[in-house]
Design a protein around this ligand. Structure first.
Ligand code: FAD
Length: 392
């Protein structure tokens, strides 16, 4: 049984955790909240990580509110640099271990898993494959930025949202960038080919070189540099290799506690898992088949879950939520059609922009991709899209 005197315990200190706390404190200023995080617990905007190199921003400069201030502002107990090792749903407690080796248990009345997602890695050969970087949090960013010091050439594996944003940012910051993707175009899951080609051209004009339809076979030391061998046999030299292949929800901790998982941690419209008093939101969660690792869905989910945790009724709805891709070389806004949709793209060339509209077989607009001047159509077109999850 739940002991209401125990704190609400939240695992994670990313946007999902802190937005939930902000929303919950609007309803209940008093109930104890304990937050446990592997990180330093400072609040920062993760989307800034792929736009901060050109502006020479340090990791410290990206912090908008340190953990101590968050604790004070929102009346929290925060355990930083502490990893949750196990959830014990029967006794409503979690077992944690801090970086200095201390182990202890924390009891909860309600538990929220806001665990985020890991960058996907693929196996590679070569004696430097372990040196391939990923940037998924502030600490990664600090390390990557330090390693860039005095270096010139970065190879990026993955021309998706994060890969293209880093390519634009690094090229604007004066680095030589080569971008590799198995697909035959940039942003293959989000853009129709003509808009992808326009992006490729704009990034090429910043000096970015493209290797499409291939992947990396091996990364090896070659003097002071790295030698990258592609699957087509081509060899390129680099100072650093960054992998940006997309995200995999962190589900292992939940799985080990018999919480239902699929691609993400499975929750209903109240963000509740199959186990009593355990909830999940953010990049690790899956709602009715949707894993949406973006800011806007987190805002929606946090408002709903705050209401539910406060004992009131609420049900999650997702309107259409277009995503801005931060490639200043060609600004983009996308709202991709649902995976598996049938239909076709129509492409309209505008002055200094391209509008891509995806209609289904019944001629209904179900997705769009806007480039350059066409991004001004965002609000009008969003109103025409069906919701991702309609109201219940
Ligand atoms: C480079 C980059 C650019 C992006 N740009 C955009 C953008 O332009 N627009 C957009 O909408 N989205 C963007 N996103 C996605 C967006 O940033 C994420 O959806 C969002 O930040 C995820 O927040 P989260 O709280 O779910 O996860 P995270 O921020 O990953 O937080 C997870 C937290 O859980 C903690 N944790 C995990 N496991 C444990 C454990 N066992 N014990 C203790 N703590 C644990 C971690 O330490 C971390 O604090 C971008 C993402 C990246 C990486």
């Amino acid at each position: 049984m739940s002991n209401p005197a125990q704190p609400i315990c939240i695992i994670g200190s990313g946007l999902a955790a802190y937005t939930l706390i902000r929303e919950y404190r609007k309803i209940n200023a008093e109930h104890p909240i304990t937050l446990v995080t592997q990180e330093a617990g400072d609040f920062y905007s993760k989307p800034m990580l792929s736009t901060a190199i050109a502006g020479q921003k340090s990791a410290e400069q990206l912090v908008t509110s340190p953990a101590t201030k968050m604790a004070e502002q929102f009346n929290l107990v925060i355990h930083t640099h502490t990893t949750v090792k196990q959830i014990d749903p029967a006794h409503q407690k979690i077992s944690v271990m801090s970086n200095n080796g201390q182990s202890f248990d924390i009891e909860y009345s309600q538990l929220v898993l806001a665990l985020g997602a890991d960058q996907i890695r693929i196996p590679m050969n070569g004696n430097a494959s372990h040196e391939v970087q990923t940037v998924n949090d502030l600490q990664d960013y600090a390390r990557f930025r330090k390693q860039l010091d005095g270096k010139k050439k970065v190879v990026i594996l993955g021309a998706g949202l994060i890969g293209c944003e880093f390519a634009n940012d690094l090229a604007s910051g004066g680095y030589h960038v080569e971008l590799i993707d198995l697909a035959d175009q940039a942003l293959s899951r989000l853009l129709p080919k003509p808009i992808a080609q326009a992006l490729e051209q704009r990034l090429s004009s910043l000096g970015v070189l493209w290797h499409l339809g291939v992947s990396i076979q091996s990364v090896s030391h070659d003097g002071d540099q790295l030698q990258v061998i592609l699957t087509n046999g081509e060899v390129i030299q680099a100072d650093l290799v960054l992998s940006a292949l997309g995200l995999a929800p962190r589900i292992q901790l939940a799985k080990e506690a018999s919480i239902t998982t699929n691609r993400g941690i499975v929750v209903n419209r109240q963000l509740k898992t199959n186990l009593q008093n355990i909830y999940s939101l953010g990049d690790c969660a899956e709602v009715e088949g949707h894993v949406l690792p973006y800011v806007m869905p987190i805002m929606q989910a946090a408002r709903t879950l705050a209401t539910v945790l406060a004992g009131q009724e609420a049900s999650l709805a997702y309107p259409a939520m277009p995503v801005m891709i931060k490639t200043p070389a060609l600004p983009l806004i996308v709202s991709p059609p649902p995976i598996g949709s049938t239909g076709s793209w129509s492409i309209n060339e505008l002055e200094d922009g391209i509008e891509g509209l995806f209609h289904n077989d019944r001629s209904e607009l179900i997705g769009f991709a806007l480039a350059g001047s066409a991004t001004s159509q965002r609000a009008n077109l969003t109103k025409l899209l069906p919701p991702i999850l309609g109201s219940t």
